[in-house]
Design a binder for this molecule. Structure first.
Ligand SMILES: O=P(O)(O)O[C@@H]1C[C@H](O)[C@@H](CO)O1
Ligand SMILES: Nc1nc2[nH]cnc2c(=O)[nH]1
Length: 289
């Protein structure tokens, strides 16, 4: 796939997908590491391996199956990415966010992002689910932004604002849902920070992030949210806290990807229920073909 992607490239992929499925999704869900089971809840599925979709990048990370699944969650049509693309895999940021613009052209209005993340907040426990309130996009602050290059006004403005992008109403609905599901004891709300990865944080880096007010750190999500916001989508995000980031030189523990995937399994059902109920409460009308 070439590095400069133009409107026609997104359009070709979207047209191909529209010709292969009757589903017309209004909601897209991106599954984080080990969270691909979110797609299992979709009814009447049509699924496509990324390798079959013209123009789509390929997943290379364990825990990211590499399948696009269309289907219904409680009667609401959704499209779900079982596997996302990360900058550290060697993709350019426009490739990592390629699906988001394709979703826009499919008619998607709301993007739900999920990820596995390490916690910096002292009060968080492994297995907590953090509703994302805001993000710090470290690569973005350093000039690595998926919106770099000529701006395509068909998608959005040259200088999009990034304040208040994690929808307040959806966050409130999610909180209320967690109460009624009896899981509020492990629900948090906080700031997600994207770093480039693929290495986990050094202790000095962890301390820096902690001081900056970061609650959870991961290696994804922010570019997808930037692109979704640029093209006018509503955004909701969840981080599953898979590990505590080591902040002390006396701590002998260290994190690894296998542990991240293990914890993802632990909370898979709760996450699936939360996302399903949230989608079912969204004010969206299904289009049919
Ligand atoms: O795709 P996400 O952000 O959930 O993946 C996280 C960050 C790294 O890709 C990986 C580390 O275990 O999990
Ligand atoms: N950067 C980063 N990404 C993660 N993904 C899951 N856990 C972590 C973590 O501790 N740090």
């Amino acid at each position: 796939m070439k590095d400069q992607i133009c409107y026609d490239d997104y359009q070709k992929t979207a047209s191909w997908l529209l010709s292969q499925t009757q589903h017309r999704p209004k909601v897209a869900i991106i599954c984080g590491s080990g969270l691909g089971m979110l797609a299992d809840a979709l009814k009447c599925q049509d699924s496509f391996p990324y390798s079959d979709i013209p123009g789509f990048p390929q997943s290379t990370v364990q825990g990211h199956a590499g399948r696009l699944v269309f289907g219904e969650l409680k009667g609401k049509t959704c499209v779900c990415m079982q596997g996302r693309f990360h900058m550290y895999e060697g993709h350019s940021l426009c490739k990592t966010t390629f699906p988001v613009r394709v979703f826009k052209l499919l008619g998607v209005e709301t993007l739900i992002v999920t990820n596995a993340a390490g916690s910096l907040a002292d009060s968080y426990q492994v297995g907590d689910i953090m509703i994302i309130k805001d993000h710090i996009n470290f690569p973005g602050l350093a000039g690595l932004n998926p919106l770099n290059g000529p701006n395509d006004e068909k998608f959005g403005p040259r200088f999009p604002p990034m304040s208040g992008v994690y929808d307040k109403d959806l966050r409130k609905i999610a909180f209320d849902l967690c109460k009624s599901m009896g899981v509020s004891q492990f629900i948090q709300e906080g700031v997600y920070c994207m770093v480039g990865g693929p290495n986990f944080e050094s202790i000095a880096e962890a301390r820096l992030l902690h001081r900056l007010g970061v609650d959870a750190v991961g290696m994804s999500t922010a570019p997808e949210v930037v692109v979704a916001t640029h093209c006018g989508m509503r955004v909701f995000g969840l981080s599953l806290i898979t590990n505590k980031v080591v902040k002390s030189y006396n701590d002998t523990e260290s994190v690894n990807h296998e542990a991240v995937l293990e914890v993802s399994k632990l909370r898979s059902q709760t996450l699936q229920m939360l996302v399903t109920e949230l989608v079912s409460r969204m004010d969206i009308n299904n289009n049919t073909t």
